[in-house]
Design a protein around this ligand. Sequence first.
Ligand code: 5AD
Ligand code: SF4
Length: 435
Amino acid sequence: MGKKLYIETIGCAMNVRDSEHIIAELRDKEGYEVVEDISSADLILINTCSVREKPVHKLFSEIGVFNKKKKPDAKIGVCGCTASHLGEEILKKAPSVSFVLGARNVSKISKAIKTENFVDVDIDYDESEYAFGDFRSSPYKAYINISIGCDKSCTYCIVPHTRGDEISIPPNIIINEVKKAVDSGAKEIFLLGQNVNNYGVRFRDKTLKKMDFSDLLEMVSEVEGVERIRFTSPHPLHMDDKFLKVFASNPKICKSMHMPLQSGSTKILKAMKRGYSKEWFLDRAFKLREMVKDVHISTDVIVAFPGESDEDFEDTLDVVKKVRFEQMFSFKYSPRPLTKAAEFKEQIPSDIGSQRLKTLQDLHSDILDEISLAQQGKIYTVLFEELRSNDMVAGRSDNNFMIQTNGNKELLGKFADVKITNPRRMVLYGDIVKT
Ligand code: 5AD
Ligand code: SF4
């Protein structure tokens, strides 16, 4: 009987991919298979996020739940960004945890499960050329890392302290991954990095020819069988004309761009060390809208960053009104250990943060209602990925709208044109007009 692994993943797409790598390592080297039922697991892993305080609290409550449900001899391991930042403290606070493996040390998972009280949270460890095995959660969509770490020093962000400096993965390894994914049925390639459009600045092998993200996008699009390319996250600062041109003109690149605004106030952007101004952001967003018909722009916004005045917050609302993001992820600022902003004076009271978050989200909900309504009657090509209840299937349009229609599993992994008949805020419902 094979050993059983239960794994819970919290956080971004990068963490989802790290979990896939962990699963592949444990399957290929240690004979584990993934189970959904925690009480049958021999090994329980939690792959965590550290970006805000909430998931960190969740870690310890989850460990409590695991302790109640697990087999007596099952091991618990903590991986990911919270593992990186708390390290040994996790073993002290939660003695039932057997090991702690930092976000940049995924390839050491075999060693971790075999070593008593193993802790490794090295943020200089270089896994950029490690040959992970293949495991993919979705047969149609392949996440592929293009870099590890992050070279920026945004003052609110813990990630550089959990994932270390940025190193790009060599293009030949990426292209090889793309080919393998396509050969095993993937239609969509999802390139991942903390800051994708900074690609190529540093490789482990110093003799590698310099190249940028636009060059990489072109290379990936030339691989036979690749039908769609997505990526996350790009940085607004590096959205130069060359990048926008490749994005706009390459038909395989999905017309959906994540542009993390964070704040609309140039003063706050400066304090955040984002490297761009309100004007630059608006210029790039308008240019994108002008160059790409029906482009979908998503964003991340933080409210109540230290020193944010009412006027600064108005600037954020102003950008949201002007760009009319198709999707917005918004957060109340959460002071994080090891970050500069946590030390800033002028921290904003929590209730003001909550009010601002509500104002921002209400504004965006209204915008989203208008955007959704305007989709009535439009036809989008959808790649179906999920079976929903009542004989419904769902997938995404090229420009990232979630679209749902009548259908069965025959449609999974296939493209079809759908005419929108009932647009709702989160999902557009429609009828297939062409398969
Ligand atoms: N507080 C609130 N939100 C944060 N983010 C990153 N750090 C913090 C923080 N300290 C948000 C940013 C980022 C997203 C992944 O999480 O908006 O883009
Ligand atoms: Fe991802 Fe950042 Fe969370 Fe780490 S801290 S899981 S990099 S969002």
